[in-house]
Design a protein around this ligand. Structure first.
Ligand code: SF4
Length: 393
């Protein structure tokens, strides 16, 4: 047996094996899930037959980064396969404890753009608001691990008030990404309070919530939360599925509930060596996202955070994968391949080069099948828009 049926049987077996005592009601309760998260090598080893490398990883990263896996996400792990993509995202390997050349504690250069503790203001018109430092699962590829490791300490209510005061004072900010940590781990009441404060800032047009809850703790998304978020439109949820194995009936229900309440859901995946670094894995993931009405947005090249060399792919791999998607599946399923420049240069996007040659009256382009086509250039090349002078006066 292969594919989805095998996965659902494995999941049912895994759930029965590891959390036999849990009633269905408990299993669907996100607070029960958080209370029963697996946080130590001892607990984990009782539930999953660990490899030597994983044991070493748990021991050697103990002081570096939190271990935490919700029972739900743990139930997606294939206990028989060390290269299960869910397993590789949740259980550390020995290599995670190593520092490689070029790796940085703050790979995106965010800390020098933190005017107050809970705000990163790196781009002209948008900010990142760090709502808390906890997550439902501590992803082994997390690039904001200096925050989610707990090393900096939690974010207080006063610091969030200070962040909102910063937004009020900065009229250029029109887009706020609430992230962390995972903001959907706040109680609905506290989250609503924070969103009300942000929405009350007149120049903030768009709110985005960065969350891995639909992937790792989908039961958190219920009718009450979806209705609460709806009030803050335009509000986008940006989530983080990395492999089709994470697209379960529960995850689908969570995403569809959000979309049914008018909340657009976008996906940002990270390209990881031997987790999803094939055209087949990425295409399958993007197509499955679309079936949940989740729009593939970015495919991120792995950032240069400490301990992640073993998960990084060569830049060319991502370009190759994009080349295997563009034209071969719907354009909606093709994400932007983004590289967040090390040290804080911001994002740039890459794609296969379809431009062969520019001539005076035509440009030669390559099709997705590799054939050459000519695009004749117009005779007139002045593209200024006369009405701009009136409209933008
Ligand atoms: S959910 Fe996001 S912030 Fe939290 S550990 Fe995973 S990647 Fe990092």
């Amino acid at each position: 047996m292969t594919g989805a049926p095998r996965q659902s049987i494995l999941r049912a077996l895994m759930r029965r094996r590891v959390f036999r005592e849990a009633s269905d009601e408990e299993w669907r309760d996100w607070r029960w899930q958080l209370r029963h998260s697996v946080r130590s090598l001892e607990e984990l080893a009782r539930l999953v037959p660990l490899t030597e490398d994983e044991r070493r990883g748990c021991l050697e990263t103990k002081e570096i980064f939190r271990l935490g896996i919700s029972p739900y996400y743990l139930s997606l792990i294939d206990p028989e396969h060390p290269f299960c993509p869910v397993r590789m995202q949740a259980i550390p390997r020995g290599a995670e404890a190593l520092r490689s050349p070029g790796e940085l504690r703050d790979p995106l250069g965010e800390d020098r753009h933190r005017p107050v503790r809970a705000i990163v203001h790196k781009y002209p018109d948008r900010v990142l608001l760090l709502a808390l430092d906890h997550c439902p699962v501590y992803c082994r590829h997390c690039t904001r691990r200096r925050i989610t490791s707990g090393e900096e300490g939690g974010i207080s209510r006063e610091e969030l008030d200070e962040a909102v005061a910063y937004l009020r004072e900065h009229r250029e900010v029109r887009d706020v990404l609430v992230s962390g940590g995972d903001p959907l781990l706040l109680s609905t009441a506290r989250l609503v309070e924070l969103l009300e404060q942000i929405r009350a800032v007149p120049h903030v047009e768009i709110i985005r919530i960065g969350t891995r809850v639909p992937v790792c703790l989908p039961m958190r998304i219920d009718e009450e939360l979806a209705r609460a978020l709806r009030r803050f439109a335009p509000l986008f949820v940006v989530t983080h599925f990395n492999h089709a194995k994470e697209v379960t009936p529960e995850a689908r229900e969570a995403c569809e509930l959000l979309v049914d309440h008018g909340i657009p859901v976008e996906n940002q995946a990270v390209l990881m060596r031997r987790v999803n670094s094939s055209a087949r894995a990425i295409k399958d993931l993007m197509q499955k996202c679309l079936t949940m009405r989740v729009r593939p947005y970015y495919l991120h090249q792995m950032d240069l955070a400490e301990g992640l060399e073993h998960l990084r792919t060569p830049l060319q791999k991502g370009i190759e994968i994009l080349g295997a998607l563009r034209g071969w599946t719907s354009g909606l399923a093709v994400p932007h391949l983004a590289v967040d420049l090390p040290g804080g240069g911001g994002k740039v996007t890459l794609q296969p080069d379809y431009l062969l040659e520019r001539r005076e009256r035509e440009t030669l382009l390559k099709s997705y099948r590799g054939e050459t086509y000519s695009y004749p250039e117009p005779r007139e090349t002045d593209c200024s828009v006369p009405y701009d002078e009136v409209y933008y006066r």
